[in-house]
Design a protein around this ligand. Structure first.
Ligand code: C2O
Ligand code: CU
Ligand code: CU
Length: 509
C-alpha cells in the first residue's frame, strides 16, 4: 500500500516519474504499465443490433402539463451469454427511456423509487428551479415518490438525466441509471437536419463497463488510476458489440459520454470527417468539420455523418491526445482504443436531409457586463481546497447577472467542470480563443491540467436563497469524494439562506 502511494506520487512528477518508472521500479510497474492498455479494435464482433431507448410515453394532465412516469427499479439484464447481470434501470432493467419535449412545454414527472435505497434524478443541462434540479437535496426515499414540474425554457439540445445522491452517484450510474433528454424547438425543426428518432437521429449513450467472471458489474478502481473504475468493454445504449443499419445518407448521432470516468476520442475506422453540429447546450452557430471529437464524462456532442451505399464503417475511440503526463495516461485509459459501433449501410439510401450553413446562434456573453468574477482551482478531490458539505452554501449569485469564472485544474490528474442550471460560454483557454468544439454552449468542459478556462454564464429566471445548485467535477469518484460545491441564485433583495435539513443525508467518508 505504502509503495503504491509513493509510486503514484512519483508519477505525478512527470519527467521524474518516468525516471522512477523505468529505472527504479522497473519490473512490477512495467508489467502493470503494459497490462493497463486496453485495445479492442478488431476484436469486437458487432453482432447485436444497437438498442434504441424507447421514447418515454406521456399524458396530458388537466393543467395541460405533459406527465411522464419514471419508475426506478432493480432487475437483471442479459448483456452477454451466461448469467444475467444484476442492474438498475428506469421503466426497465438498464438505462431509461428517452424523454423528448419541446421548448415552451410544461413537463411533469412522477418519479417512483422502487429501489431499497434512496436515490435522485437530476436533469443534467436543464435550466430549471433549484427545487426541481434533482441534486443531493432532492433524494427520493425507497418506496417514495417525487413530482418535479417545470416549463422547458431553453433551446433545442441533447441533455440527460441521472441520479445525484451525494457519495453514491458513481455506483448508481454504474448500475444503469441514466437516460437521454432531448429538447426540440421551432428553429431546430426548421433546419432540415436528420431528425427521425432511431432512424437517422440516433441516441448513443456510451459507457465502459467491467464484468467479473459471473457477468456481474465490477466497479473496482483500476491499478494506479486516479479516476476510479475504467471498463474494458463498451456498451452503447446498453448493447455490447452493437451494429446499426444505416438507411439514409446523413445520420445524426447524439453522443453522450455517460461513463463514470473514461474519456473518449471518437472517430471512424477510415478517419472520415464528420460535422459537429451541437455541443452540450444546443446547436453550434455553424457546423465544424473534424475527424475526431473528445468527450469527457457528462459531455454530449451531436455529429452528422455521411455514408456511402453498401459500405461498412466502425465508430471507434482513439487515444486521448493531450492532458496526461506521460505514464499517468496509461493508467487512466488515455492510451486505450475501442471499437464502439459498426455502421452497416444499405445499398440504396434516402437523401432528404442536409447540414445547413447556419444553425444556432453563437454564444454572446463575450463582452457582456460582468457582475462578478470568481476562480475555482480543482485538485485532488477538492475545489479551492474544500470538499462538498451538504449544509454549506459556497456563494450566492444575483439573478439576471453575468459572471465570469476562471477554472483550472491544478494537479496532474484529469478533471472536468460542470455547472447546474446554466449553459456557459468558454471565453478563453489559457487566454486564447477556445478550439471549435468549445465554441458552442457548454455545461461540462474537460480541464486539461495546468490550463486556465474562463467561462461566462448568465443566471436567470429562478431564485431560491436556501436551495443550492451544484458545480462539480463529473468524474464520478471525484464528485462523490467531495469535488463539488453549492451556489444559490438570489433575487434582488435576497441574502444567502440556510439549506433545509434533509432526512436522507448519507455520510460515506
Ligand atoms: Cu450530470 Cu451534477 O451532474
Ligand atoms: Cu448536472
Ligand atoms: Cu476530477
Amino acid at each position: 500500500m505504502e509503495r503504491r502511494k509513493a509510486l503514484k506520487w512519483s508519477l505525478i512528477g512527470g519527467g521524474a516519474g518516468v525516471g522512477a518508472l523505468t529505472l527504479g521500479l522497473g519490473g512490477t510497474v512495467a508489467y502493470f504499465y503494459n497490462k493497463a492498455e486496453v485495445d479492442t479494435v478488431g476484436k469486437v464482433d458487432f453482432d447485436s443490433p444497437l438498442a434504441i431507448p424507447p421514447l418515454a410515453e406521456s399524458e396530458e394532465d388537466s393543467s395541460g402539463a405533459r406527465v411522464f412516469n419514471l419508475d426506478i427499479q432493480s432487475g437483471e439484464t442479459a448483456f452477454k451469454s451466461g448469467p444475467a447481470t444484476r442492474t438498475w434501470g428506469i421503466n426497465g432493467t438498464y438505462l431509461g427511456p428517452t424523454i423528448r419535449a419541446k421548448r415552451g412545454e410544461e413537463v411533469a414527472f412522477r418519479v417512483v423509487n422502487s429501489l431499497d435505497e434512496s436515490t435522485s434524478i437530476h436533469w443534467h443541462g436543464m435550466h430549471l428551479p433549484a427545487v426541481m434540479d434533482g441534486g443531493p437535496h432532492q433524494e427520493v426515499e425507497p418506496g417514495g415518490d417525487w413530482a418535479p414540474q417545470w416549463t422547458i425554457n431553453q433551446q433545442a439540445a441533447t441533455l440527460w438525466y441521472h441520479p445525484h445522491p451525494h457519495g453514491r452517484t458513481a455506483e448508481h450510474i454504474y448500475k444503469g441509471l441514466s437516460g437521454m433528454f432531448i429538447i426540440d424547438d421551432d428553429e431546430s425543426e426548421a433546419l432540415g437536419l436528420p431528425s427521425e428518432y432511431g432512424v437517422d437521429d440516433v441516441p448513443m449513450i456510451v459507457q465502459d463497463r467491467k464484468f467479473d467472471d459471473g457477468n456481474q458489474l465490477d466497479d473496482s478502481g483500476a491499478f494506479l488510476s486516479s479516476q476510479g473504475v475504467l471498463g474494458d468493454e463498451i456498451l452503447v445504449n446498453g448493447t455490447l458489440g452493437p451494429y446499426f443499419e444505416v438507411s439514409s445518407r446523413l445520420v445524426r448521432l447524439r453522443l453522450l459520454n455517460a461513463s463514470n470516468s473514461r474519456l473518449y476520442n471518437f472517430g471512424f475506422s477510415d478517419d472520415r470527417t464528420f460535422s459537429l453540429v451541437a455541443t452540450d447546450g444546443g446547436l453550434m452557430p455553424e457546423a465544424w468539420e473534424t475527424d475526431r471529437i473528445e468527450l469527457s464524462p457528462g459531455e454530449r456532442a451531436e455529429i452528422v455523418v455521411a455514408f456511402e451505399p453498401g459500405e461498412a464503417v466502425t465508430l471507434r475511440s482513439y487515444p486521448i491526445e493531450e492532458g496526461y503526463v506521460f505514464g499517468l495516461g496509461r493508467f487512466n485509459g488515455a492510451d486505450d482504443r475501442f471499437g464502439i459501433c459498426r455502421f452497416q449501410v444499405a445499398n440504396s439510401l434516402a437523401d432528404e436531409t442536409e447540414i445547413p450553413a447556419a444553425m444556432g446562434t453563437a454564444p454572446d456573453l463575450d463582452g457582456a457586463e460582468v457582475a462578478e468574477e470568481r476562480s475555482f482551482s480543482l485538485s485532488g478531490t477538492s475545489i479551492n481546497g474544500e470538499k462538498m458539505a451538504m449544509d454549506r452554501i459556497d456563494f450566492g449569485v444575483r439573478e439576471g447577472t453575468v459572471e465570469v469564472w476562471e477554472v483550472s485544474n491544478h494537479d496532474g490528474y484529469m478533471h472536468n467542470f460542470h455547472v447546474h442550471d446554466v449553459q456557459y460560454q468558454v471565453l478563453t483557454v489559457d487566454g486564447d480563443t477556445p478550439p471549435p468544439h468549445l465554441r458552442g454552449w457548454k455545461d461540462t468542459v474537460r480541464l486539461v491540467p495546468q490550463r486556465e478556462y474562463r467561462i461566462a454564464m448568465r443566471f436567470s429566471d429562478y431564485t431560491d436563497p436556501n436551495l443550492p445548485y451544484m458545480y462539480h467535477c463529473h468524474l464520478l469518484t471525484h464528485e462523490d469524494a467531495g469535488m463539488m460545491g453549492q451556489f444559490v441564485v438570489l433575487g434582488e433583495d435576497e441574502e444567502i439562506g440556510t439549506v433545509p435539513e434533509v432526512s436522507t443525508v448519507h455520510d460515506h467518508s
